[in-house]
Design a protein around this ligand. Sequence first.
Ligand code: FES
Ligand SMILES: [Fe+2]
Length: 420
Amino acid sequence: MAHHSSTHKWPTADFTRVPYRVFYDADIYRSEADRLFRGPHWNYLCTETEISNPGDYVISYVGETQVVVNRTEDLTIMAFINSCAHRGAQLVRRLRGNTLSHTCAYHQWCYDTKGALLGVPQQRGVKGKGGMPADFDKAKHSLKTLRVETYKGLVFGTFSVATPPLHDYLGPKIREQIDRIFDRPLKLLGYYRQRIPANWKLYLENVKDPYHAGLLHLFHVTFGIYRPTMSGRVFMDETQGHSVLRTADIGEQQADVNTAYAGIDKYRPDYKLQDPSLFDVKPDYPDKVTNMILTIFPNVMLGQVANTFQIRHVRPKGLREFELFWTYFGFADDDNAAVEGKLRQSNFIGPAGYISLEDGEAGRLVQIGVEHREPSDMSVIEMGGRGPIADIDTLSTEVALRGFWKHYAQSMGFAPTGAD
Ligand code: FES
Ligand SMILES: [Fe+2]
C-alpha cells in the first residue's frame, strides 16, 4: 500500500503546528479511509435506545461507508455494510425502520438481521434451466459485518481485529464522563442533519477548542452559558486523541468578566431575552456544569450545553464536506416540563442554533482560507503553551487540538519530526 508517510512528516514534535494540507490533500483523505476508519479505532454508530426492539435498524456511517445497525431477534446488535452480497447494490434504503429481513431491490436476495443470506430467487433456475450452480452455498454469501461493542448505551463498530476492547479504548477518564451523563436511560428527542462545506477534521478542531467559544459565540457569552472566566478544565485520555472540555458556573467574578471582554463586543450585558423561559429549565445534574464537550477519536462528540444533550457524529462526505448528524436526547424519567424545557433549549444547537450556527460557519471559513496556501504553510496552535501536551485547568487553551493531532499523526503513520 502506498502511503504518504514515506514522504510526509509532521512539522513539529509538540504538535503546535498543523500542515494545512491535511484539510485539502486527496491522498491524505484516502489514507484516512484505510488507517482511521478501517483501522484499529472504534467508530460511533448509534445509541441502543434507537434500536430497542427486535428488527429495529438505523443506517449509520463508518467514514463514508454506509453501515446498517440491527437489533436481532435474540436482542444482540449486529452491523453490516449496506451493500448486497450479490452485485453490491445498496440494500437498505430507509434511514431507520423495523424489519426482520432485508430484501435487495435489484434481484430480491434476502437477508436476516445478522446479515445471513436467506433466499436467492430462481436459485434452482426456471423450468429446469439456468439458476445458480448446484454447489452454491448461501452460508458463504453473508453480508460483510463489523465488530460491534457498546458502552452505556452507545454503539460502536470497527472493521479491524486489532482494535482493543471499547472499554480500554475509551479509558477511565473518558468513561467517567460518559458515566456521568448516561447514569439513567435515555429518551430520544430527535435529530438534526446539516452539511458543512469543510473538511471533517475542522469540526473536531472546533469542538476541542475552548478558546473560540468565548469569542465567536455572542449568545454563549452574553447569557452566561460559557465564559473563559468560569471554572474550566480541559483533559484527555492516555492517547490524547479523546478529550473533554468542561465549564462550571462556579466562582466567576464580574470584575474578571469585564476585564476579559474589555473592547470585545461579544459580551453584551445590555442584551436581554424577550422570552426568558429559555433558561427556565431545571438542571439535570447538581454539579453546575454548563458545558461538557467530550470527543471520542476519530469522529464523534458527546455534548451537554446547558440542559441540551446531544451526540454529534461527524460524517465525512468527501475531502471538503461533511454531514453533521445530531442525535438529540433527554432522559426516560423526564416529565413533560423537562422535555418541553429541553426542546426549547434545543434552539441553542443544530444547524441554526443560537450557538452552533457559528461553528458551521467557522469550518467553512477555514476551508476557504487554507485551500490555496503554500504546501508548507501551517496553523499556529500555541494558546495554553508549547512543549508537553498536558491536561490544564483553564479554558484559555488549545491543548486538546494538539492531543488530537498527535494521535492523528501516529494513527496515520506520519513520520515523527526529524526522521525520514
Ligand atoms: S445486487 Fe442485490 S440482489 Fe442483485
Ligand atoms: Fe463553538
